[in-house]
Design a protein around this ligand. Structure first.
Ligand code: SF4
Length: 285
């Protein structure tokens, strides 16, 4: 992964790193939801022309490979030019599904079962009279899929967002699947303290692969001098991994590929920790 070259400077750096120990996170890299989605896109693309609705994964290498083999990408059902369209692992709203059907397109659905679970839970909470609150990143494709069918809702990412929401007798809270669970729990606590007279019901929809990777990233960062987080710069879970590692290690770098590594980062490091987001292919680490 770290490439040596013949420049004197580079060799000088590597000479001082002869003792560098590389530690890989216990849980890292591609999750089953993304792996299954990529498998499905490859299988369908072998049979017929296919358009993927939105970004299949937040990873440019994977997207370029699919694009090179003829897979098309579109942001809206109206822009789809093939007969078959695929919903990504991030899921989508019923509105979008209806629009796909109305256009007579054949739909392949790669929505991760754990995203389906989040959809079911938010609708159950609403049926039970709760005002829906989603802890997540406003505008993220998974969050849009969750909120597009809702009439009234709040999306919050921090305490300042919670300060802006109005009183409701009952709140029903879920989270974007890739949010760190400790952050989610802290915000649920804050919501309860802000509205002591309200009933707050929280359903934990953070997915297990995210929890495992977050927990393992904490342990990794505690024992590393430098941590590299490998993943798309627009990947939410990779960003969250970098944020978590930064709490325990002063030298954390979020990179997309080995070319992003600056060898000076490792000048005095003895232990280099490596982790990767859920959309990062195994070949990258
Ligand atoms: S990150 Fe979690 S919810 Fe998202 S695709 Fe992977 S397993 Fe599913």
């Amino acid at each position: 992964m770290i490439k040596k070259n013949n420049s004197k400077n580079e060799n000088k750096h590597f000479a001082s790193q002869s003792e560098l120990k590389i530690i890989k996170s216990e849980h890292m890299g591609m999750c089953f939801g993304v792996r299954d989605a990529i498998k499905l896109v490859n299988r369908v693309a072998n049979e017929r022309p296919l358009t993927v609705l939105g970004e299949l994964v937040h990873n440019s290498t994977v997207l370029n490979t699919l694009s090179n083999r003829g897979v098309k990408f579109a942001n809206k059902p109206e822009d789809v030019m093939t007969e078959t369209v695929m919903i990504t692992a991030h899921g989508t709203s019923n509105q979008t599904r209806r629009s796909v059907m109305q256009q007579g397109l054949q739909m392949q659905d790669a929505t991760c079962p754990l995203v389906h679970y989040a959809h079911k839970q938010i609708h159950k909470l609403i049926e039970n009279g709760c005002h829906p609150v989603i802890i997540g990143r406003n505008g993220h494709v998974e969050v849009l899929g969750l909120t597009d069918d809702l009439v009234e809702y709040d999306v919050v990412l921090n305490e300042q967002d919670i300060d802006k929401i109005n009183f409701h007798k009952r709140f029903g809270v879920i989270a974007q699947t890739t949010q760190p669970i400790s952050h989610v729990q802290a915000l649920v606590k804050y919501l309860k303290s802000r509205f002591p007279k309200s009933k707050v019901r929280f359903v934990d929809t953070v997915c297990q692969p995210t929890k495992q990777r977050q927990r393992a990233a904490e342990e990794l960062a505690m024992k590393s001098d430098v941590v590299l987080v490998i993943g798309g710069l627009n990947s939410n879970n990779s960003k969250e991994l970098a944020k978590t590692c930064a709490k325990f290690c002063a030298n954390v770098y979020h990179i997309q590929s080995p070319d992003d590594i600056q060898i000076t980062w490792l000048d005095t490091a003895k232990k280099l920790g490596i982790t990767a987001g859920t959309s990062t292919p195994n070949e990258h680490y």
